[in-house]
Structures are given as C-alpha cells and as structure tokens.
Design a binder for this molecule. Structure first.
Ligand SMILES: *[C@@H]1O[C@H](CO)[C@@H](O)[C@H](O)[C@H]1NC(C)=O
Ligand SMILES: *[C@@H]1O[C@H](CO)[C@@H](O)[C@H](O)[C@H]1NC(C)=O
Ligand SMILES: *[C@@H]1O[C@H](CO)[C@@H](O)[C@H](O)[C@H]1NC(C)=O
Length: 289
C-alpha cells in the first residue's frame, strides 16, 4: 500500500516536473525592416511530453495570430492596420507578414500554452524596428568649393533627409574610412509636421599631400542601416598643388575634369617617388659627412 502511494506521488512529481514543461526554444523576429517590406516571425518550442493547446502572436497587446491545433481551422488571424498576415503561408509558430508600415515596429511576443488542466505557458518577445528610409542618397556640401591648397583646413557636411530613425552617416576620403577625430557628432533635425528626421555630420581636417590623387580630393559619404540599406554619394574637389607637385608633363598624371567624372592618365605622381628621392639624398649626405 505504502509502496503504491509512493509511486503515485512520484508519478505526480513526474507529471509536474517533466511532462508539463512546454518551453519556447527559439524566437526569431526581423530586427530591422524597411516600410513596405515583410518577413518571417518564427516561434519554436520543446514540448517535452506536453502538447500545444494554443500558440499566439502579439504586437504589443494586440493578438494578430493564433494556432490551436485541436480546432478547425487551426489558424486564425486578426486584422492589423500595420501589416498583412499571409494566412496561407503561415502555420504552427511560423508567421509570414507583408507590407509593414512604420507603426509595425514594436514588441513582438509569442505565447505558447500546454494542454488542460494546467495550461502551462511560455512567453518570449523581441523588438522589431521599421525604418522609413531616406528620400534619396546623402548629399555632401563643402564650406568652400575649392580649389583647395595643401595644409589648409577643409570642412564638409553630409546630410540625409527625411528618414525615421535617421541612418548612420560615414565619410570616406579616397575610399578609405576617415580618422574618427575629424568627424563631429551627428545632428538630427526633426520635422514637426512629418516627424521625419534629417541627419547632419561634419568632417574637418587639414589637407595633406597623401590625400591628393591626380590633383583631386575624393570625398564620399554613405548613409546606412545594418544589413538593410547602404547608399552613398561622392564628390571630387580640385587641389592647387605647389609647383613641384603640380602639373609636370613627364612625371605627373594629366587630368581632365568635367562634372563628377574625371579621367587621369596612369602616370606615377611625383609625390609617390618623393620618399625615395629623400632617402637617396639622405644616404648620400651620410656618405659625405
Ligand atoms: C501596403 O500598405 C499600404 C499602407 O497600409 C497600402 O496603402 C498599400 O496598398 C499596401 N500595399 C500592398 C501591396 O498591400
Ligand atoms: C574609389 O572607388 C571607386 C569605385 O570602386 C573608383 O571608381 C574610384 O576610382 C576610387 N577612388 C580612389 C581615389 O581610389
Ligand atoms: C516638413 O515637411 C513638410 C512636408 O514635407 C515640408 O513642407 C516642410 O517644409 C518641412 N518643414 C521643415 C521645417 O523642414
């Protein structure tokens, strides 16, 4: 008698501890989407002996999808203003959404409940951000339009208009990332009517000979969101080089400049060979001192 009571007790423990342990094992929600895009919401679970009674997806407090395997039809969707649920493509915990609006951003929560009588529930959530992309690629403006002189301080501003949230802006000189100390922090202006944001970033540095290729300085600015968007624009500014760096038909590239395109004949600029000349002169003077 006492033996069978013990085994009943153990059996109850087993039910409590093991078979009612439904648990969400994986939750996937796109981190960033652009307005108009869509994606998959994935909620997977380990049932560990229990069975799913219901699986529900919420945005904030609004339920938009429910899967109840014992009912027919097993999938129900509830209309949302901020995206469309593809009922045919969705099943179990995997939900396909389309055409998100900017208000589809928020906290996406999956809730899985086990069977009666306990209905043990497991909940997980993740944030999705929806980006209203900038109107167009970023724009670079210069305090001066050039031609610049070596060693002079130059200032450029890059801006990207009407996005939400504003993108990251990065500068490149001759396709190389710039020294972070040359950049000022991003300023964001919010249009009160549209609530869209325009981001500005300023770059300021002293022009050095090694930044000038074929008589020009190339400045590029990129606006980006990680794994979602990357757009850039670039401009070239002419630089007046001192006589011995400048136009020398036999050693310096000859350049024609029209608008944003420039062509250069592939000669080695004199400045590339300058270190070599200096080191030869230096070793010559060592021998003769
Ligand atoms: C996407 O959503 C917008 C805003 O809700 C709507 O105007 C547009 O017709 C939708 N497009 C498609 C293809 O469903
Ligand atoms: C930067 O990259 C672009 C595209 O690859 C190329 O056309 C351009 O010549 C490069 N500019 C410099 C200064 O290297
Ligand atoms: C805000 O956006 C509206 C609509 O695009 C535009 O007409 C207005 O000039 C903008 N306001 C400012 C301060 O940029």
């Amino acid at each position: 008698m006492s033996f069978s009571l013990t085994s009943l007790f153990l059996h109850l423990l087993f039910l409590q501890g093991v078979s009612l342990a439904i648990r969400i094992s994986q939750l996937e929600v796109p981190t960033l989407l652009a307005v108009g895009e869509g994606g998959w919401l994935v909620c997977d679970w380990d049932d560990e002996g229990d069975h799913v009674y219901s699986l529900k997806w919420y945005l904030g407090i609004d339920e938009f999808y429910r899967w109840t395997p014992l009912e027919t039809p097993s999938v129900k969707t509830f209309p949302m203003q901020h995206f469309r649920v593809d009922t045919r493509a969705s099943q179990r915990g995997r939900v396909r959404i389309h055409n998100v609006t900017v208000n589809a951003g928020g906290n996406y929560q999956c809730e899985v409940s086990g069977e009666a009588p306990v209905f043990k529930t497991s909940v997980k959530s993740s944030i999705m951000t929806v980006v209203d992309l900038p109107d167009e690629r970023p724009t670079i403006t210069g305090e001066e339009e050039g031609p610049f002189k070596l060693q002079q301080q130059v200032t450029f501003t890059c801006f990207s208009q009407n996005a939400r949230p504003a993108p990251s802006l990065s500068f490149y000189i001759n396709n190389q990332t710039v020294d972070p100390s040359w950049e000022e922090g991003v300023l964001v202006h919010v249009n009160k009517t549209t609530t869209l944001e325009t981001a500005f970033k300023t770059l300021r540095f002293h022009l050095r000979p090694n930044m000038v290729h074929m008589g020009v300085l190339q400045v590029k600015c990129a606006a980006s969101y990680p794994e979602l968007y990357w757009e850039s624009s670039e401009r070239v500014f002419t630089v007046d080089l001192p006589y011995n760096h400048a136009y020398q038909p036999d050693s310096q590239g000859f350049m024609t400049h029209s608008g944003d395109n420039f062509r250069a004949t592939p000669h080695t600029p004199l400045i590339y060979s300058l270190p070599l000349v200096l080191s030869i002169l230096f070793s010559y003077s060592l021998y003769h001192c």
